[in-house]
Design a protein around this ligand. Structure first.
Ligand code: PEP
Ligand code: CO
Length: 453
């Protein structure tokens, strides 16, 4: 069986004797520079700590039992250039406001997890890109090379591993500082821009329902504040965790260590690393690396995943069936969940596996318009969410959260909910996949809160 391939002794570098999917073409000329960058990374202080990681695992364990809801979101690809106070604060604002909506409607605490502080590595559909007869390496994210289609920019540069560390550290530092003081302002419902309530595509029923939710939330916050004893800032002193796709294993492994008084190895680059749909294959390097770390682990699950493949994968990644360890992030595409999800749920139920099911309604719904413009349709995103929630309900399984690509800015990347086709060119800023803008993200939050109520 393929899972037998992962039975040897594990170390942070044992993945190197496995074939690597999405392998980074660092180049033979960079061998010494790569080794030097990794050596430096190994000596840097950790970006996150083992006790934060364990705290998240316990919260995820509660989410697996339906006692919490997970909201995971952020950019498709963070860039060094957009590591600014405005960008980060706007992302936090939309995450926090969305989570308040869930807390209020769902009556369940929310685990907030950002796609930030390390979301710098991107899997690509091809290792190279050819334009007008010129072939260059694909853009693998700022951790590897730069986006402009120029030979110099696209050359992988190991010193970016250290730049990535620095930008992740700056991001997480700012998030933590806001976490102790500034969250209340960001989350304050009066700071919510509810103009999405007036866009023409929203039905009168939904508009009325969302308005009711918004008013209920505002009243609840006023009530809490009137009590005077627990200002909103206290309620929000709860953590916000970091996550990213663990694509560039050189970066992940160099930050994976033992810590005093705990067993095993922790990937201290983030709280929740996940394996992408394109790298989660048994017998390959990413699964080998991920099986050895103590962090909770996300796994992207696409529409071709079979129950057998899923169970084999879990045997390797989580042999002890540890509470809070596994987050399955389904990304099927609209129309697929009712048929694809039930056998996967049945396999998990039959083996009494502990997993947290969360829905990524973004990555199965990418499309390219005739103009060549990449986009995602809001309606399809919503359809997939509705289907996943309904399917879990039908199969007696717990729907535990959502994974979104979003930004706090007024971008025009996803079509619908206020963005028309002619708007797309105006403000498409994503370095990779199209993200929900602030208003679209908030509308999703309202819709989902209503669904999970
Ligand atoms: C992503 O999350 O940006 C991504 C590439 O997802 P997936 O692995 O699901 O395609
Ligand atoms: Co993406």
């Amino acid at each position: 069986m393929n899972s037998d391939l992962h039975r040897g002794p594990w170390s942070p570098d044992s993945w190197q004797s496995f074939p690597v999917l999405q392998e980074i073409p660092w180049g033979t000329e960079n061998v010494a520079a790569l080794a030097a960058a990794k050596d430096k990374l190994r000596r840097m202080p950790p970006l996150v700590t083992s006790w934060e990681i364990e705290a998240l695992r316990l919260e995820l364990a509660e989410a697996q039992e339906g006692k919490r809801f997970v909201l995971q979101g952020g950019d498709c690809a963070e860039t060094f250039d957009r590591c600014t106070s405005n960008d980060i604060a706007a992302k936090l604002k939309v995450l926090l406001q969305a989570s308040l909506v869930f807390v209020h409607e769902g009556r369940r605490p929310v685990v907030r997890i950002g796609r930030f502080g390390g979301q710098y590595g991107k899997p690509r559909s091809a290792p190279t890109e050819t334009i007008d007869g010129v072939e260059l390496p694909s853009y693998f994210g700022d951790l590897v090379n730069a986006a402009p289609f120029e030979a110099g920019a696209r050359r992988p540069d190991p010193s970016r591993l250290l730049d990535g560390y620095a930008h992740a550290a700056a991001t997480l530092n700012f998030v933590r500082s806001l976490g102790t003081r500034g969250f209340s302002d960001l989350a304050e419902p009066s700071q919510s821009d509810l103009s999405f309530l007036s866009h023409a595509a929203l039905s009168p029923e939904l508009r009325a329902e969302y308005t009711r939710i918004a008013h209920g939330l505002r009243d609840a916050v006023r009530f809490v504040e009137t009590l005077g004893e627990r200002p909103l800032s206290d309620l929000f002193r709860t953590d916000i965790f970091a996550s990213h796709e663990g694509l560039v294993l050189d970066w992940e492994a160099a930050q994976t260590r033992t810590v005093p008084r705990r067993d095993g190895y922790y990937n201290l680059s983030t709280h929740l690393p996940w394996i992408g749909e394109r790298t989660r294959k048994l017998g390959y390097a990413h699964v080998e690396f991920f099986r050895g770390i103590r962090n909770p682990v996300g796994v992207k699950i696409g529409p071709t995943t079979t129950p057998g493949e899923l169970l084999d994968l879990l045997d390797v990644l989580d042999p002890e069936n540890l509470p809070g360890k596994i987050v399955l992030i389904t990304r099927f595409g609209a129309g697929r969940a009712p048929e694809v999800l039930p056998p996967l749920i049945a396999a998990i139920q039959a083996t009494k596996r502990r997993v947290l099911w969360i829905a990524d309604p973004m990555h199965g719904n990418g499309e390219k318009l005739a103009s060549g413009q990449k986009t995602r349709r809001f309606d399809r995103i919503v359809t997939e969410l509705d289907e996943v929630v309904a399917t879990h309900r039908r199969c007696n399984s717990i729907f535990g959260g959502v994974h979104l690509e979003l930004t706090g800015e007024d971008v025009t990347e996803c079509l619908g909910a206020g963005v028309e086709e002619e708007d797309l060119a105006r403000n498409f800023e994503s370095a990779c996949d199209p993200r929900l803008n602030y208003r679209q993200a908030l509308e999703i939050a309202f819709r989902l809160a209503r669904l999970v109520k």
